[in-house]
Design a protein around this ligand. Sequence first.
Ligand SMILES: O=C(O)CCC(=O)C(=O)O
Ligand SMILES: [Mn+2]
Length: 287
Amino acid sequence: MPRHVSHALRIGRMPMGRPQNGRQKNQGKQQEYSKRIRHLAYLLKIKSLRGGNLVAAAVQLRLIRVKLIKAMTFHLFEQNDSSPQNEEIAPGAVFLHRFALPHEAAILQALSEITASAPFRHMVTPGGHQMSVAMTNCGLLGWISDKSGYRYSPADPQTGKNWPRMPEVFLRLATTAASEAGFAGFAPDACLINRYHPGTKLSLHQDKDERDFSHPIVSVSLGIPAVFLFGGLKRTGKTQRLPVQHGDVIVWGGPARLRFHGIMPLKPAIHPALGSFRVNLTFRKAG
Ligand SMILES: O=C(O)CCC(=O)C(=O)O
Ligand SMILES: [Mn+2]
């Protein structure tokens, strides 16, 4: 590391002086961090960090890390990834291997912007149990659960504000995946975003809170691997176990629209971009 950069990383001790209360200390720290970020941005020539904004800095630095890792592993993937592109797993259900990967950086950037304004939270089931999967939403409608039941709402109950709008990259990903699977014209108005950590599971269920089942479901896997359970039209039907990894997309609609599905308990793992989490984007036409 060049000397001037390592120096910049080291500066940032709090200035000595009169004893400060907690708020003053925090403000001082924030100013100091902003100063350090601006200095680093200047040294590293990253224009968008010059505002000294901590969140923007974290996003930018994470993306740089992702790009570096991708650049380093690109050759490896090119040579070894011989998995098929599309695979019919049942009539009306298609597995699009690594379909989201080319848009990874833009998806992760959009995800961090959404979760900055609508953070992940553990909703409560109608029975009063807290869900182990953390959730948030973007789009015109968001899926929510509380003691009154499961439903879609245009507003985030936590803030009273509308859910963040669906980013262009999400919309394009969902519509192209749907048409690749044979469902041209899909226009999702809801994206439920689930976050799992090791040990978390999602029990077998049907997606049936939407108004019209003629539209498919598009499900995008990001982060650490998981096993997706794809069952039949009855809970007791035979279930396929499908390993899903970062960038995989599964689309189900038509005769498969009401198939039971779920996620097996996640095994511990680390993903270069998302750490020890799996994130799933589920696109739906809800209203
Ligand atoms: O995480 C997944 O892959 C599935 C999510 C799901 O089925 C749901 O949110 O309804
Ligand atoms: Mn589901």
